[in-house]
Design a protein around this ligand. Structure first.
Ligand SMILES: [Zn+2]
Length: 212
């Protein structure tokens, strides 16, 4: 049950729903952050998010969303993490805890929503954080950080892949195309830690759990 819903952006037509009582001022702040994140994404990727966005407050409301969505889905979530945002690819929805979210969190989840669903979870996560850093690196107050292990397991191999395919500070055209499903790569030829990102999710986690 939402308190308020609005068609937020002419660009995307996605709907923002508040699941919690929210003041007008708070709503306006949320809309500004979402609109700005959408604009940054559109300018950078040339693609607009069409996922709907649900706004909640506090750890408990987020917990409820996570538990409800885990039922009957293969939503992959970091266990025990203090979640600020999640993207539900199945329902094409984003949930954001607005009392804890910085601009980088909105950006991160909205980037998730334009990343190709056909890529395995670990690669989507690595790419989403890679681009979140890239698009917020000049605005430290807006930055969001993942847990350390997410950085190690997903983001660092993506950084190495970016270097291999010729990405630099201004130009990540191949990675953008890979993320949005416009390009593929012969991943078996890549170094193992990068190739692992392309494995089916179950295999990836089995491999990390049992070592090589
Ligand atoms: Zn993520």
């Amino acid at each position: 049950m939402g308190y308020f819903a609005v068609h937020s952006l002419p660009m995307s037509g996605s709907v923002v729903t508040f699941l919690t009582e929210t003041s007008l001022q708070e709503m306006q702040n949320v809309f500004l952050l979402i609109e700005h994140a959408n604009k940054v994404i559109y300018d950078y990727f040339g693609v607009a998010s069409s996922f709907d966005i649900l706004i909640c407050r506090g750890t408990w409301e987020m917990e409820v969303q996570v538990v409800a969505r885990k039922e009957g889905s293969n939503l992959s979530l970091p266990a025990g993490a203090k979640l600020v945002g999640i993207t539900d690819y199945r329902l094409r929805e984003i949930v954001i805890r607005f009392d804890a979210a910085k601009f980088g969190h909105y950006l991160h989840e909205l980037i998730h929503s334009i990343i190709s669903k056909s890529l395995p979870h670990q690669l989507r996560e690595g790419l989403a954080w890679y681009f979140t850093y890239k698009l917020t690196e000049k605005h430290r107050y807006a930055m969001a950080w993942p847990p350390y292990w997410v950085e190690e397991l997903y983001v660092n191999p993506v950084r190495r892949l970016a270097k291999m395919v010729g990405g630099n500070d201004n130009d990540d055209d191949f990675l953008k195309d890979l993320a949005t499903g416009k390009a593929t790569i012969e991943y078996a030829l890549l170094p193992e830690d990068i190739a692992d990102l392309f494995l089916p999710e179950e295999l990836f986690y089995a491999k990390k759990r049992y070592g090589k």
